[in-house]
Design a protein around this ligand. Structure first.
Ligand SMILES: *[C@@H]1O[C@H](CO)[C@@H](O)[C@H](O)[C@H]1NC(C)=O
Ligand SMILES: *[C@@H]1O[C@H](CO)[C@@H](O)[C@H](O)[C@H]1NC(C)=O
Ligand SMILES: *[C@@H]1O[C@H](CO)[C@@H](O)[C@H](O)[C@H]1NC(C)=O
Ligand SMILES: *[C@@H]1O[C@H](CO)[C@@H](O)[C@H](O)[C@H]1NC(C)=O
Ligand SMILES: *[C@@H]1O[C@H](CO)[C@@H](O)[C@H](O)[C@H]1NC(C)=O
Ligand SMILES: *[C@@H]1O[C@H](CO)[C@@H](O)[C@H](O)[C@H]1NC(C)=O
Ligand SMILES: *[C@@H]1O[C@H](CO)[C@@H](O)[C@H](O)[C@H]1NC(C)=O
Ligand SMILES: *[C@@H]1O[C@H](CO)[C@@H](O)[C@H](O)[C@H]1NC(C)=O
Ligand SMILES: *[C@@H]1O[C@H](CO)[C@@H](O)[C@H](O)[C@H]1NC(C)=O
Length: 444
């Protein structure tokens, strides 16, 4: 059974007449946290080779990639969309059907599988796009409309609309200061550009996204937290270790040549590591580098190896079989999903989906901190901690700065350490905006 999440209470604080001097807000557990949450679910990825008239592409998916998807809807009346959750993407991107092919989405296109947005059918759309004049161009016009997530309606969300057939709807959650978490702060739905995302997209249920908070029930804490450079608009994570264990032998430990951090990806299946480490792994495990990438004999899928990476003292382990995919149709060779990174890049490599989906990931973009912890596969009842507008992440160990400039640059607010409703009026003279079960309209 899918455990269903939150999407519950919201209060308005943005317009409250606040004005104390120290903005730093201690970690608090509220009875009514300002969070918005939703379940995520897996969707078999269609390869990026997808082309408008190519009816075979769905069958030839590359590997077994499973990405995180959320159900949302856009417009009035609501048009349902499946939307990919991506911390590397900046915009809230929705695909506008396939005008190149006429009025209907083609059988093999993303818009058929995931839904498309038709702004001329939405009474709440505000757009300058003239669909009839845009037939042949890629468009990046700004349109705004209502986005509904569960019971929560968010007004005037900036939508990046695309006519590109091969693209998915993407909820961009990057540290770019116009990404969706920032828009939720602008609407008063959460207090800081912050969220948690977690779970195993390959299992039925258990993956989720929580804006504005941390759900302590979902991981084995504390979170291990590290700063990243948010100016570069990617989330990175330093790795403290990399190991491969075979059967019951002592694990082999690989050492990284530099302390450069790794890009944390929720979108790509491939993990990339520095070339010196890759050469050693390929030698130790007889992985063959071919023109198109590394391969192993598919019969080796059943070998008993566990590949682990660590960040702080949190370790994330993936069985060998999950790092082997796409079978060459003409030979018995399978693709291996760990490759060399680009040596000149400012990052040591990329942490791909097999690892990132085993992490609980909490992000506070105000301070530019990421916290990670191993998932709790048997979570108890939800335990939501709000991520306030301070530098920290609740229930995390990290070298947080003592103060930061929170987004948006509003007057600072009084600190509160109390739990529950009694503490609210001090912090939030505006009081409750709405209660559970009601359809919420963002205040702005
Ligand atoms: C998403 O929507 C699909 C189709 O309506 C439905 O089958 C699925 O259960 C939904 N998943 C979640 C997590 O809401
Ligand atoms: C969008 O809706 C309009 C009005 O119902 C319709 O004429 C048009 O074909 C639709 N566009 C797409 C791409 O489905
Ligand atoms: C639509 O957008 C324009 C420009 O962004 C703005 O001036 C106008 O007020 C908006 N209209 C509505 C109904 O929101
Ligand atoms: C967003 O970032 C850009 C530069 O990256 C900056 O010019 C702009 O003022 C920022 N906007 C807000 C609302 O902070
Ligand atoms: C994810 O789900 C798959 C399928 O249910 C399971 O085989 C795998 O062990 C799960 N991984 C984690 C980390 O729970
Ligand atoms: C952060 O990233 C920006 C943009 O990529 C870069 O210019 C800057 O040097 C980086 N800062 C640090 C401390 O690495
Ligand atoms: C696989 O390796 C683990 C240790 O990594 C060991 O505990 C287990 O017994 C091994 N399984 C088989 C079938 O050899
Ligand atoms: C390594 O793998 C290749 C096929 O990828 C195979 O031909 C070769 O015999 C293997 N070598 C060893 C030492 O197992
Ligand atoms: C990580 O280290 C901290 C102390 O620095 C400890 O409290 C915590 O339990 C450790 N976590 C794990 C998973 O070992």
């Amino acid at each position: 059974m899918r455990q269903s999440l939150i999407a519950l209470w919201v209060w308005s604080w943005a317009c409250a007449g606040v004005g104390a001097s120290d903005h730093t807000f201690p970690l608090v557990k509220r009875d009514v946290p300002a969070v918005v949450g939703m379940d995520l679910y897996p969707h078999q990825t269609i390869s990026r080779l997808l082309k408008a008239r190519d009816t075979t592409t769905i069958q030839t998916t590359i590997g077994n990639t499973l990405e995180w998807f959320a159900n949302v809807s856009t417009g009035t009346p609501p048009q349902p969309l499946a939307i990919l959750v991506d911390i590397e993407h900046n915009e809230f991107t929705v695909v506008l059907g396939t005008p190149l092919e006429g009025d209907n989405c083609q059988e093999d296109s993303y818009c058929r599988l995931y839904g498309a947005y038709n702004l001329s059918q939405s009474s709440s759309a505000n757009s300058t796009i003239d669909e009839s004049k845009r037939k042949w161009s890629y468009t990046f016009d700004v349109t705004t409309d209502i986005v509904t997530m569960g019971e929560t309606q968010v007004k005037d969300v900036k939508l990046n609309t695309e006519f590109i057939v091969g693209n998915a709807n993407i909820m961009g959650l990057s540290p770019n200061n116009e990404s969706f978490p920032y828009q939720l702060v602008d609407r008063g739905l959460i207090r800081s550009p912050s969220f948690s995302v977690w779970g195993n997209a390959s299992s039925d249920g258990g993956a989720g996204l929580l804006f504005g908070g941390v759900n302590k029930a979902k991981y084995h804490g504390p979170l291990q937290a590290f700063p990243f450079n948010k100016t570069s608009e990617v989330v990175t994570l330093p790795l403290s270790g990399f190991q491969i264990q075979s059967d019951s032998k002592e694990p082999t430990t690989y050492t990284f040549p530099s302390s450069k951090p790794f890009i944390l990806s929720t979108r790509y299946i491939t993990t990339t590591l520095p070339d010196s480490v890759i050469q050693q792994i390929y030698k130790d495990y007889n992985i063959t580098m071919e023109k198109n990438g590394p391969v192993v004999d598919c019969t080796r899928l059943t070998e008993n190896h566990t590949i682990s990476l660590s960040s702080g003292n949190a370790t994330f382990s993936v069985p060998w079989s999950e790092l082997i995919g796409y079978r060459d149709p003409t030979r018995n060779l399978c693709r291996f999903y760990i490759e060399s990174s680009d040596e000149d890049a400012p990052y040591a490599g990329t942490i791909g989906i097999p690892f990132s989906h085993r992490m609980y990931i909490a992000l506070n973009y105000n301070s530019g901190f990421v916290g990670v912890a191993p998932l709790n596969e048997n979570p108890g009842p939800d335990e939501i901690l709000e991520i306030g507008d301070g530098p920290d992440i609740p229930d995390a160990e990290g070298d947080f700065p003592t103060s930061i400039l929170p987004y948006p640059l509003l007057p600072t607010v009084a600190a509160s350490t109390s739990t529950g409703l009694a503490a609210m009026p001090t912090y939030m003279p505006g009081g409750m905006l709405a209660v559970a079960g009601a359809a919420l309209m963002a205040a702005l």
